[in-house]
Design a binder for this molecule. Structure first.
Ligand code: NAD
Ligand code: ZN
Length: 249
């Protein structure tokens, strides 16, 4: 059940979107929380049990590739069991309604695609993909648990790594450029379930300078000071109501 303040914010946000033609959405771990995928930093967040520095860095992979692969394979099993939730589904519906749409996600779980989203930039990579450390070939690995470790390149047999942007690594510049040029012209930006603890979502939000900027997060975040509207609710509860409201006219 949403409180009346959240309902009011949803109404305002829906009426802004109703007159917009271009929508950008940025998502973080919070949108998949109700699908049962742990977030990184919140309650039950992954980094409460594991040290990121031990697992999600190039150094960690050099030190012990199998340990890193095991950790990712454990996360892959969680993702494989998870289903897209009502928030992922509402975004796929929004995409089909908007003349111009782009989804920029930090999530690597693949749930947006499974819900039907098409125009999507995965700026942190994808947990179902790997790439060769030698020849850089990118390939899909859909089976989990992995049959053998470490994963090897199908082309040259060298060690492969998860296709994920790790701590200390740079973003794919072409993806960021594509995101920035869309954000600079969009009418509405919706930021869902990101803490803004890494700097990229804040930077991207600032690029949407002519947009109505709306955040959906049950907690205040690093994004809060950058938006005009904060809907304090869970994504899978609020997004269906937002969609309903939009269609109510
Ligand atoms: P986060 O865990 O930092 O923040 C999650 C946010 O979601 C919080 O603000 C929380 O209040 C909110 N939230 C929780 N439940 C929600 C719900 N039901 N509905 C809506 N919001 C909800 O996640 P983040 O912001 O995505 O973190 C930034 C990125 O850092 C991550 O996407 C991740 O890719 C990256 N990261 C990557 C690695 C790695 O393995 N390479 C390691 C650490 C962080
Ligand atoms: Zn190779």
């Amino acid at each position: 059940m949403l409180d009346s303040e959240a309902m009011d914010q949803i109404k305002v946000a829906a009426s802004q979107l109703a007159s917009a033609s271009s929508l950008a959405v940025i998502t973080g771990a919070g949108i998949s929380a109700e699908s049962g995928i742990p977030t990184f930093r919140g309650e039950g967040g992954l980094w409460r049990k594991f040290r990121a520095e031990d697992l999600a860095t190039p150094e960690a992979f050099r030190r012990d590739p199998n340990l890193v692969w095991e950790w990712y394979d454990w996360r892959r099993q969680i993702c494989a069991r998870a289903l897209p939730n009502a928030a992922h589904e509402a975004l796929a519906l929004l995409e089909s309604r908007m003349p111009s749409f782009l989804l920029i996600t930090q999530n690597v779980d693949g749930l947006h695609q499974r819900a039907g989203s098409k125009r999507i930039l995965e700026i942190h990579g994808n947990i179902w993909k790997a790439r060769c450390t030698a020849c850089k070939t990118k390939f899909e690995i859909s089976e989990t648990p992995l049959p053998s470790l470490p994963v090897l390149c199908p082309d040259c047999g060298s060690l492969a790594r998860p296709h994920i942007v790790w701590f200390g690594e740079s973003y794919d510049e072409s993806l960021i450029q594509e995101a920035v040029s869309f954000l600079r012209q969009c009418d509405v930006l919706l930021v869902i379930g990101t803490s803004g603890m890494v700097s990229m979502p804040g930077f991207l939000t600032e690029q949407a300078f002519r947009a109505q900027r709306i955040e959906l997060n049950p907690e205040p975040s690093g994004i809060t000071p950058l938006v005009q509207i904060s809907i304090r609710a869970k994504a899978a509860e609020a997004m269906p109501l937002f969609w309903e409201r939009l269609n109510a006219g």
